[in-house]
Structure formats: C-alpha cells, structure tokens
Ligand binder design. Structure first.
Ligand SMILES: [Cu+2]
Length: 213
C-alpha cells in the first residue's frame, strides 16, 4: 500500500497487541455499603518483570470511590483494591480472601487508592508481587474497599483478558525519513485510532515507505 504526494510518505503501520497479556475490569457490582457513589470505570492489570520476578501493575480510572481515602497511611484493607480468590461477586463468601501464592505473605494491603470528588485515578500504577502468573488472575474477582471500619467491600468486578486487536491504519508523514519523534507520533495516532488504552506493548512496523521518486 503505497502512495506519494509531494514529500508525503504513506506508511502502513501494523499494531500487534498480543505481546503481553493484559487484564481488565470494566464492570463492577456495587453493594449497599457504598454510600459514596456507584463504582464504575476501568482497572487494568499489566504484568511486569522486576529483578526477574513477575509483578502485576494496577492502573485505574474509577468513579464512585470513597473521598475519605485521601492519603496512603490507611492500613489493612482500608481503601484497598485487591484480587480476591473468588470468581463470583455475589457476596463476601463467593469473593473469598486475598489471592496470592501460599508461599508469600499477603501482598495486597499495599495497594490503596486515593479519591477526590468521587474520582480515583492511578495512572502510574501500583505494583504487587503475588507469586502468581497472569493466567492465575484471569476470571478472579477484584474488590474495591472503602474507608469505613476495616475497609468495607463496596464494589467487585471480574478480571478478563483484554482482547487482542490487530489493525492497520494509514499514517501520513511529511518528512523524508522516519525519526523517533515521527514514529512516536504515529504510535500515538495509532493508539487513538484503535482506542488502545495501553500503547507500551504496541510494536510498530513500517512496511511501506515511499518518498517522491
Ligand atoms: Cu480486599
């Protein structure tokens, strides 16, 4: 797929999103204990390697969260977001306790959110080492706690694999040779075109470059 218009290059960019398995929670069941709003939004779980060990990085954009979660000094389950062992959000019994390898202590109490005006955003990500693989987390429940008491469970959702998307878009460039910045721009445009939340795992392949002949 090639075309030349003046110095414009027409590039065919292929995005592969299958490199790393990313999980998402995009639907939440809410409980009566949530007096601050209705938890909605999205949470993503991305596997990362730290010193040769798999960790999972949680990022999210949630609404309906507890504004009393305003710092990171809360302890235990208060203001926490955790994987629990269950596969069903029906009630506390089906959610079960925290999900982690039996070989390590509960790592989940370090993951806590802050909230203002009913919104909690964690763009950088909070990483947790569970001793488990990403596959072990699939279809498990993720529980959002509030600030009340020991941290009531206010919402729950099921973690599912982000669908693999392969797509192609055409991107016009005006410089003669690809540069780092033009590739970044192409990646951003591709991300926008495809609606990707995560672009770090995108592999860009320029399969056609044509300058004016
Ligand atoms: Cu929990």
């Amino acid at each position: 797929m090639q075309a030349a218009v003046g110095r414009t290059l027409l590039c065919l960019v292929t995005a592969s999103h299958a490199h790393a398995q990313i999980l998402q929670v995009t639907s939440f069941t809410n409980y009566d204990s949530n007096t601050t709003g209705v938890v909605a939004g999205a949470l993503y779980i991305t596997p990362i390697i730290v010193n040769g060990t798999v960790q999972h990085k949680l990022t999210w954009e949630l609404t309906g969260t507890d504004d009393a979660c305003d710092n990171e000094t809360e302890s235990g389950n208060v203001c926490g977001i955790h994987f629990h062992v269950g596969r069903d959000c029906a009630d506390e019994a089906t959610m079960g306790g925290h999900l982690h390898s039996k070989d390590i202590a509960d790592p989940w109490t370090t993951v806590q959110y802050t909230s203002a005006a009913g919104v909690s955003t964690e763009a950088v990500g909070q990483s947790v080492e569970t001793g488990l693989t990403t596959g072990d987390l699939v279809k498990r429940v993720v529980v959002v706690h509030n600030s009340v008491g020991a941290g009531e469970r206010i919402a729950c959702g099921i973690a599912t694999v982000v669908p693999t998307i392969t797509t192609t878009v055409t991107i016009r460039r005006v410089s003669a040779a690809p540069t780092t910045s033009s590739l970044r721009a192409a990646q951003a445009q591709l991300s926008l075109a495809c609606g990707f939340k995560h672009i770090s795992s995108l592999s860009l392949m320029l399969v056609a470059l044509l300058a004016q002949l």
